[in-house]
Design a protein around this ligand. Structure first.
Ligand code: NDP
Length: 291
């Protein structure tokens, strides 16, 4: 099909089509191409979004080459977010704060890095009528996603933030970058501490345990408040953490909304226009159903 695509239909590739994509290793599993191509089609703009499998040793060459080839914007996923941030000519404050970039924006001088993961989670929580301001939050995990999420919660004005991690030193290192009072590092014993659990408004599982056969120590959900919100960043697969929360009668949401909103924020950064969120949500749901 050539010429402007009809709403909701793929726009044909032509000489003026702008190319966007995602760098990762692996990248074949990524749902971002389905979601972003639906966005470009719905917005009626001639853009196409493709997966670029890039090995760690090739990241610098890939970023330079795709810039030289006129690529208009990129997402970055595992394992490249930190290396990509180091290779950018400039970083927006969110990427600088957490030392990782998931979105690359084209500038005259080269790639500018931003990080929409944490803001994506906050937007997803807002859809569930959760506002982080003044709230007590437990983050489990201190890896790449936890860093972006922790910085987002400190920016939004959470009252208490606890970062609990299997390897306590990584939690300590993350907390040191937050430069705030009322932010604490802990090990996973905190998951069985009734005093802490009873104060929480939100628990976010930022670990990769839902993907692995290994599981987190059991959380004593009975000690949490009835209205605590439980969120797992993982999406598309059953989560033991969320299943336990639901069995205890607690509200539980997965990472689909975060994925949607980090992508919508990236789309807006690249194009300067609001993302067609409805079309992106429908495409994402369809992609998850077909996993
Ligand atoms: P990282 O590899 O950077 O971090 C993994 C974290 O999980 C570390 O804190 C690690 O602890 C912890 N962990 C791993 N195994 C265990 C275990 N057996 N017991 C306890 N803790 C464990 O991963 P990411 O932060 O990049 O991703 C984490 C999750 O978030 C993944 O499921 C990913 O798919 C999801 N994600 C979702 C997004 C979305 O848009 N919804 C966006 C980004 C990520 P330790 O430091 O001790 O190794």
């Amino acid at each position: 099909m050539s010429g402007p695509g009809r709403r909701g239909m793929a726009v044909g590739v032509r000489g003026t089509t702008r190319v966007y994509g995602i760098l990762g290793d692996p990248v074949a599993h990524s749902l971002s191409p389905a979601m972003q191509n639906a966005a470009f089609a719905a917005a009626g703009s001639s853009g196409v979004y493709v997966p670029f499998p890039v090995a760690a040793g090739d990241l610098a060459a890939a970023m330079e080459g795709l810039f030289a080839a006129g690529v208009a914007g990129l997402n970055v996923t595992v394992p490249h977010k930190e290396a990509a941030a180091r290779l950018c000519v400039a970083l927006r404050p969110r990427a600088r704060a957490c030392g990782a970039a998931n979105t690359l924006i084209r500038s005259a001088r080269g790639w500018v890095g931003d990080n929409t993961d944490g803001a994506g989670l906050l937007a997803s929580l807002a859809e569930h009528r959760f506002d982080g301001r003044g709230k007590n939050v437990l983050l489990i995990g201190a890896g790449g996603s936890a860093r972006s999420v922790a910085h987002a919660f400190t920016r939004t004005g959470a009252r208490l933030l606890i970062v609990a991690n299997r390897t306590p030193k990584r939690a300590v290192d993350l907390v040191a970058t937050l430069k705030r009072r009322d932010v604490y590092a802990a090990d996973l014993r905190v998951l069985a501490n009734p005093e802490v659990l009873g104060r929480l408004d939100l628990i976010v599982n930022c670990t990769s345990t839902s993907l692995a056969t290994a599981t987190l120590p059991t959380i004593r959900f009975a000690d949490t408040r009835r209205d605590v919100l439980c969120c797992d960043l993982m999406y598309g697969k059953p989560s033991r953490f969320l299943a336990q929360a639901r069995r205890a009668g607690r509200r539980a949401i997965d990472g689909t909304g975060m994925l949607l909103h980090q992508g919508a924020l990236a789309f807006a950064l690249w194009t300067g226009t609001a993302a067609p969120i409805g079309a992106m949500r429908r495409a994402l749901r369809a992609a998850i159903r077909s996993l």
